[in-house]
Design a protein around this ligand. Structure first.
Ligand SMILES: [Fe+2]
Length: 508
């Protein structure tokens, strides 16, 4: 009976994969891709169980055999990727191969909070999100300004979701506050487990954002995270592609545990990438099921609620900066909800009170890399003028696994009143780097810096007029600043332009 159940389960798993991949399989390459994915998933499953100290097959000999096969597979994949990277011409810096997955196991009791991360809600509240395997664990957060002394308790809610055979733990969301700015709070989730601390963002400038896209959960992700954590910052902005779970739901849990040390201490504000969609052909799961349940953002808070977790905005530094998170995978054309909301949102921004206006989205509007060419064009055509008219200072994108910084641009031409475009999709995901830039691309003359290396960026807004952007490459054990540029707020430039125009009018 037990054997029959195992055979039935195996057959169902095979059917699942066949259904999941039936549509994309149209060639030999497609078959190879499917075979690769199947073997890779099996090896991942083994390594996850091994990390937890559990048996995978139920027998010592079986585990030894599967373990040897999994490690051989891992060495093969690493070898192939290393060979690929060696074959690619590199000018001065030997590019690293993609690193194996870093899986973080959970070996605590079911009620123990895990995957803790925080996000800002309105001017002075913070959402605490976490997961418990125990679906009856309470959604409460105790917090205070001293370690172990919790003066306030807040209650929230929890949700769960089902994805094929996977059922999530309880995903808790509790909003705490009002909180004081630039203040450290100590907190505990669900009356159990570890104590965490967070620091609230400042209410005035200066403020420092870390920006990183396409993070994943590899050794390079771990390297990026350690470099981010080595220097202080106020808030992290992530323009899409978080876990690279790609329908393997336990990888969402592992990702949550990997980022917890940083994401529980500073707000992580994210928007969605294509890897968050997770629909399956034929079976047709709704898109963004895991993402929306796990990474709830303040789309229903503040003065400009969007009504969708896939796009939203918030103020930072007491309103000196307005950050707009757009959804590359939500409708954005004329007449769409997102576009109508963006019009309302940008119209509310008073640039005399808000000198800095930042936008994040996933698929870049300007890109000279061979990867993902033209994928952001439709969105650019639909929304670029709105951002230009609002004098957006910087547009950050991910998706392309490399770093690229452009000049200020409007409509494919250099324009001092347009946003600076930066692609920062080099967090460290398992797909590796996008190594080739197109030398004679129509936007090449606008591209000021290109490098295919893993790393992260920092935007430090110093005051109302000046900010400094830097890109930090993962260079072995330390982060190296490879690109740095000072920016002047376009709000300041706008008033200067207005004064010039007025003077010319007076002269006439
Ligand atoms: Fe992407």
């Amino acid at each position: 009976m037990c054997k029959m159940a195992r055979v039935a389960a195996a057959l169902i798993r095979v059917m699942f994969h066949v259904v999941a991949v039936a549509v994309p399989v149209k060639s030999l390459a497609g078959v190879a891709k499917v075979a690769f994915a199947l073997i890779n998933q099996r090896c991942l499953g083994y390594m996850d169980q091994a990390a937890l100290g559990r048996s995978y097959t139920g027998t010592f000999c079986g585990d030894a055999l599967v373990g040897a096969m999994a490690h051989s597979w891992r060495i093969l994949v690493q070898g192939l990727t290393s060979l690929m990277f060696l074959c690619v011409h590199a000018d001065e810096y030997v590019r690293p191969p993609p690193s194996p997955l870093v899986l973080v196991a959970h070996d605590k009791p079911a009620s123990h909070p895990q995957q803790v991360h925080i996000s800002v809600v309105g001017a002075n509240n913070m959402r605490i999100s976490w997961v418990t395997d125990d679906r009856k664990a309470p959604s409460v957060v105790e917090y205070g300004k001293s370690p172990g002394k919790y003066t306030t308790l807040a209650t929230g809610e929890h949700t769960t979701y089902q994805y094929f055979f996977y059922k999530s733990g309880a995903i808790h969301h509790v909003t705490i506050g009002p909180l004081e700015p630039s203040t450290t709070y100590y907190y505990r989730c669900g009356r159990a487990g570890d104590e965490f601390s967070l620091r609230t963002p400042p209410a005035t400038l200066p403020i420092e954002f870390v920006v990183i896209g396409d993070l994943g959960q590899t050794g390079w992700t771990a390297s990026t995270l350690s470099h981010i954590g080595a220097a202080d910052y106020d808030m992290l902005l992530l323009p899409g592609d978080l876990s690279y779970a790609d329908t393997q739901q336990p990888l969402w849990d592992s990702f949550g545990r990997l980022v917890q040390p940083l994401a529980s201490a500073r707000p992580w504000m994210v928007t969605e990438g294509n890897h968050e969609i997770e629909t399956l052909p034929v079976v047709e799961f709704a898109p963004f099921v895991a993402y929306n349940a796990r990474w709830r953002m303040p789309y229903d808070a503040g003065d400009s609620p969007s009504g969708s977790n896939l796009y939203y905005s918030f103020d930072a530094a007491g309103g000196a900066a307005h950050v707009v998170m757009l959804g590359s995978y939500a409708p954005f054309e004329e007449g769409s909800e997102q576009r109508r909301w963006l019009e309302r949102d940008l119209a509310r921004v008073n640039r005399s009170r808000t000198p800095w206006l930042l936008v994040l989205l996933h698929a870049p509007w300007y890109n000279t890399n061979e990867a993902h060419q033209g994928e952001g064009d439709r969105m650019r055509r639909a929304m670029e003028k709105m951002l230009y008219d609002a004098r957006v200072d910087v547009v950050f994108a991910g998706h392309v696994h490399a770093y690229e910084r452009f000049a200020r641009i409007y409509d494919n031409e250099a324009d001092s009143r347009g946003p600076m475009y930066i692609t920062i999709g080099d967090g460290g995901n398992r797909e590796g780097l996008a190594l080739r830039f197109i030398k004679d691309h129509k936007s090449s003359h606008l591209s000021l810096f290109q490098e295919a290396s893993f790393g992260h960026g920092r935007l430090r807004i110093v005051n109302e007029t000046s900010a400094v952007w830097s890109w930090h490459r993962n260079d072995d054990d330390h982060a190296t600043v490879r690109d740095e540029v000072w920016l002047e707020s376009l709000a300041a430039a706008k008033s200067a332009l207005a004064k010039t125009a007025r003077r010319h009018a007076d002269e006439l």
